[in-house]
Design a protein around this ligand. Structure first.
Ligand code: CTP
Length: 403
């Protein structure tokens, strides 16, 4: 792929040189653009030597340049020539400018003119990263389809430990590769995807829920939309912005999720049930708050409807993909659920490991197809896992159509 790498002005700018190498080793052709602040940290010469190409450092031609007209439209040419724009380190200032559409230098102008895929690798001090302004800029950018590689945690240049380190160049290059692998192979399909937890009320202020963040289902929805599908995402309560080009329907309880799924099922050709649906709920939950007394409290819970099993009963020729969250006997349990719920494929993961699965940006899964074949994916970011799952769905679809 032809990649343009925008280097922002942060202490991590020197690591962008390693990123250039990582991208080149994977066969990408890299051109570098630097902001003025980036040049305070590292010389354009470093990147020129690594890429063998002129490094763009300004919107304006040098005062002695004869080529004033071509420099005036260079951002358009660079935008058109490249398939992916990577910004690393993406500083808080750059994220704010991108979110607002400010275009006061070459990189910000290029971002506006760029119609290909954008990968942003932020790096900054932890407080700046966690600041609501930065987080809301990231939400805006995610909503526009930018792919954000979240920073690593560790020692920062300011002497503190926390989130904000530039992601490992290998992780950034992995993300670029996962975009490249992507084709528009889901064009013409309608995917119905469920994501997140459900909340089952105990009274007007309390509920039963689980630790699902919704990130896996949202990553699947985003990837499927990029691969050309129409995507309907039925989401339990999560703290995530709606992915670009996805129709999101928000629900709260298992009953609401069931109703939304059944209503949308008609149009769907592929159903992916990534939601962590609560298994029990309190029927006839009191309308008033449960009052504390000295006595022990027992609640009798009823099972919620198993939405996946119900879709399995009436799936017709749709492809049905379930998930299984397990803490032990992963494959055995997954195979049992797959059969019981009539799934064509099941994505199984262990959820009791630190840094993977629930509440995490990363995951490691076994993808089991109806023939019993198992493909292992990860550990990797959920975006990468989502692409691998869709690759397997595409393969399954092909094999079913061939038989
Ligand atoms: N599922 C569902 N409706 C439910 C419970 C689960 O549609 N009421 C779906 C989930 O979306 C997932 C799959 O069933 O795709 C498996 O969910 P999981 O919680 O792993 O399995 P359960 O069947 O609930 O079994 P258990 O909790 O006993 O492991």
């Amino acid at each position: 792929m032809r990649a343009v790498l925008g280097v922002g002005g942060g202490i991590a700018a020197y690591k962008a040189a390693e990123l250039v190498r990582a991208l080149q080793q994977r066969g990408h052709d890299v051109q570098v653009v630097m902001t003025r602040a980036a040049q305070e940290f590292i010389q354009p010469l470093t990147f020129a030597a690594l890429t063998g190409r002129k490094v763009v450092t300004s919107l304006w031609a040098a005062p002695d340049s004869q080529d004033i007209l071509s420099s005036a439209v260079e951002h358009i040419a660079v935008a058109q020539e490249n398939d992916v724009l990577i910004v690393a380190p993406a500083t808080a200032d750059l994220l704010a400018k991108f979110a607002q559409g400010l275009a006061d230098d070459f990189l910000t102008t290029l971002y506006l003119a760029f119609t290909g895929r954008v990968v942003l690798a932020p790096a900054m001090n932890t407080a700046m990263w966690e600041h609501p302004a930065t987080q809301s800029n990231l939400d805006v950018l995610r909503g526009r389809g930018c792919s954000i590689v979240d920073p690593d945690e560790g020692w920062l240049a300011c002497g503190t430990i926390g989130a904000g380190r530039l992601p490992d160049p290998v992780r950034i290059a992995d993300r670029v590769d996962s975009l490249e692998r992507r084709k528009r192979d889901f064009e013409g399909e309608t995917l119905l995807i469920t994501a997140g937890p459900t909340q089952e009320s105990l009274d007007p202020v309390r509920y039963i829920s689980n630790r699902s963040s919704g990130k896996m289902g949202y990553a699947l929805a985003e990837a499927a939309a990029r691969r050309g599908a129409r995507v309907v995402l039925i989401s339990g309560p999560v703290n995530l912005p709606p992915p670009a080009n996805v129709e999101r329907i928000s629900v709260r309880t298992a009953q609401e999720m069931r109703a939304a799924v059944l209503e949308q099922l008609q149009d769907a050709s592929i159903v992916i049930k990534a939601a962590a649906v609560a298994d029990y709920y309190l029927a006839n939950a009191p309308q008033q708050k449960l009052k504390k007394t000295a006595a022990r409290l027992s609640l009798e819970l009823d099972p919620t409807p198993d939405i996946l099993a119900e879709v399995g009963q009436r799936k017709g020729d749709r492809l049905l993909i379930g998930f299984a969250a397990e803490t032990e006997n992963l494959l055995e349990e997954a195979r049992r659920k797959m059969k019981a719920k009539k799934c064509d494929m099941l994505v199984a993961n262990l959820v009791n490991r630190d840094g993977l699965g629930f509440e995490s940006d990363r995951n490691e899964v076994d993808i089991i197809s109806h023939s019993g074949h198992v493909v292992h994916a990860g550990p990797a970011e959920k975006e990468t896992i989502a692409e691998r799952i869709l690759d397997q769905v595409a393969t399954l679809r092909l094999s079913l159509h061939a038989t």
